[in-house]
Write a protein that binds this ligand. Sequence first.
Ligand SMILES: Nc1ncnc2c1ncn2[C@@H]1O[C@H](COP(=O)(O)OP(=O)(O)O)[C@@H](O)[C@H]1O
Ligand SMILES: Cc1ncsc1CCOP(=O)(O)O
Ligand SMILES: [Mg+2]
Length: 282
Amino acid sequence: MEEPPNEWGKKAWEHLSLVRTHSPLIQCITNFVSMDLMANTLLSAGASPAMLYSAEELHHFTPRVSALTVNIGTLTPSWLPAMNTAAQLCSSLSIPWVLDPVAVSASPFRLNACLELVRLRPNVIRGNASEIIALSLASSTQPALNHDAAPKGVDSVHESMDAIEAAKLLAQTSGAVVAVSGATDIVTDGNRVFGAHNGVAMMQKITATGCSLTALIAAFVAVDKSHALDAAMSALAVFGVAGELGMKMAKGPASLRLHLIDALYGLDEAALLSHVNVTTLC
Ligand SMILES: Nc1ncnc2c1ncn2[C@@H]1O[C@H](COP(=O)(O)OP(=O)(O)O)[C@@H](O)[C@H]1O
Ligand SMILES: Cc1ncsc1CCOP(=O)(O)O
Ligand SMILES: [Mg+2]
């Protein structure tokens, strides 16, 4: 019997092709750990990264970008004005921007910074399961966070499938598309929920793969602004497939980092049609 066509695979290929053709300029206000991998991920996908974060140049630069990513990984008070100004500029100019709430439950300072950024209306919020659960809880009722249950650092202590309801709620309260990475990458607009069953567990052993994925989402949304959910899903699937193909060559995290970038650069339509595995979750 003939296989049904892989509609999400086709869509992922269309989005990746648009990124390669248009090479969207992506501003990344991000943590020091992720700058290198994030910029290289964007370049290998065909986008143009710019890791500019000085408040002095935002009014000149940010209005000319195709999308922005704001990542609070190594947050200090001095970074916040630039993050807020860039986010405000994007929201007022209808430039898509994506928030990565790294380690949002690590401190009240970080949580409050994130809540302020959520109020500036990101188009997409991407985090791991623990981050989305914590931000969703705080966005809806503002409870005191239970620090015993919350992770202490940047890595998730929850499974992505356990964050579906939290992701839907965060999408509804924020108006953003919400993406949760993990064994299954989940995307929701608060109503529809899709999951990409791609990627390999070893990707967790490379620092900043999550941050880089968030920037990739920004690049994909930049080329399909009116379909943020589809674009985010494509980015998650593409990154996951690159991880799977890279893993065939890798011996461990260090060589996976290298082969992941090479695989992303070399992805073709046949690879996406045969590997992208997206299903409707609810
Ligand atoms: N158990 C897993 N199996 C397959 N892929 C995974 C797994 N855990 C994470 N990934 C992939 O690793 C990448 C980074 O996700 P994650 O580790 O959740 O982000 P973060 O670094 O923000 O915690 C994503 O592409 C995700 O799909
Ligand atoms: C280790 C670390 N510490 C502060 S930011 C950061 C990188 C986190 O990257 P990711 O969220 O992609 O794992
Ligand atoms: Mg992260």
